[in-house]
Design a protein around this ligand. Structure first.
Ligand code: NAD
Length: 244
């Protein structure tokens, strides 16, 4: 990657592709042959506020299954490489790093990364519709357990559904404005506003790099694209950036 010496501040966007080799199903890949189904459900039946209003039991059971499924999955070499970058990059004065993830699993954290922002929420917290508190949560929600904070049976998955506003957008754009490098890893570029970060980065004059199994929808916006499985291309890029 050109002009590596001039890079100080990095924003990394990750998507479902970084967790694919840990055994967590992605949502869509151009060639996945699943016809828009996710774990045999149409997205609009499980991942929208309307779906939750229509059939809360189905939605809660779907997320109970996903929440249970991520807990026996392990971070892979790509998560570990980003955790190493997280540890080593910002140790130098004047350098910053932020990992913005669309993922709702906890594999970045379990891999050891600390500067992680979950813009689409997380499986391992529950959000109370009565008192607005978020609580750590590993079990099911379908039986309507009481909120640990207020006792109301009003907990929902702390997941940003389609049509809802992603979290912490101000922080993300503030980090982008300071960045010299934007890297997108394992995301199809189909879900906005995350899919628009590369365009914002270009408008801000930031160097952009895509690491993905296949070209994303916004691939033409990137200065450089490296194709391959995340467990190979991410550690190789981190080694290059950190000098081996
Ligand atoms: P996506 O499913 O739309 O796209 C996955 C991308 O990953 C594709 O571009 C595909 O080519 C790439 N990919 C697949 N296997 C890969 C590999 N081994 N190495 C590198 N890249 C690989 O994912 P998205 O763009 O993140 O959007 C999906 C939405 O669904 C997000 O909002 C996310 O919140 C949610 N989601 C999250 C998880 C998770 O937390 N692990 C899983 C599925 C969906």
């Amino acid at each position: 990657m050109a002009a590596m010496d001039s890079i100080r501040n990095i924003v990394i966007l990750t998507g479902a592709g970084i967790s694919a080799e840990s055994g967590i199903d992605t949502f869509r890949g151009a060639n996945d042959g699943r016809g828009g189904l996710w774990e045999n459900h149409r997205v609009e039946d499980v991942a929208t506020p309307g779906a939750y209003e229509r059939d809360p039991d189905l939605v809660l059971r779907f997320y109970d299954m996903r929440r249970a499924a991520i807990q026996d999955k392990q971070p892979n070499a790509a998560h570990h490489a980003l955790a190493r970058l997280d540890r080593e990059w910002a140790r130098e004065p004047g350098r910053e790093l932020l990992i913005v993830t669309q993922n709702v699993d906890d594999l970045h954290q379990r891999g050891g990364a600390r500067r992680v922002l979950h813009m689409h929420g997380q499986h391992l917290t529950a959000w109370c519709g009565a008192c607005d508190m978020r609580s750590p949560w590993t079990g099911p929600l379908a039986q309507r357990p009481p909120c640990p904070a207020c006792g109301a049976a009003a907990l929902r998955p702390d997941i940003v559904w389609f049509g809802e506003m992603p979290y912490r957008m101000d922080e993300i754009y503030a980090a982008l404005r300071k960045a010299d490098l934007f890297v997108s890893i394992g995301t199809s570029g189909a879900v906005y506003p995350a899919a628009g970060f590369v365009r914002s980065a270009r408008e801000l004059g930031i160097r952009t790099l895509e690491l993905n199994l296949e070209r994303s929808q916004g691939s033409d916006w990137f200065h450089e694209t490296r194709l391959g499985p995340a467990t190979q291309v991410v550690p190789a890029w981190v080694d290059e950036l950190l000098g081996g």
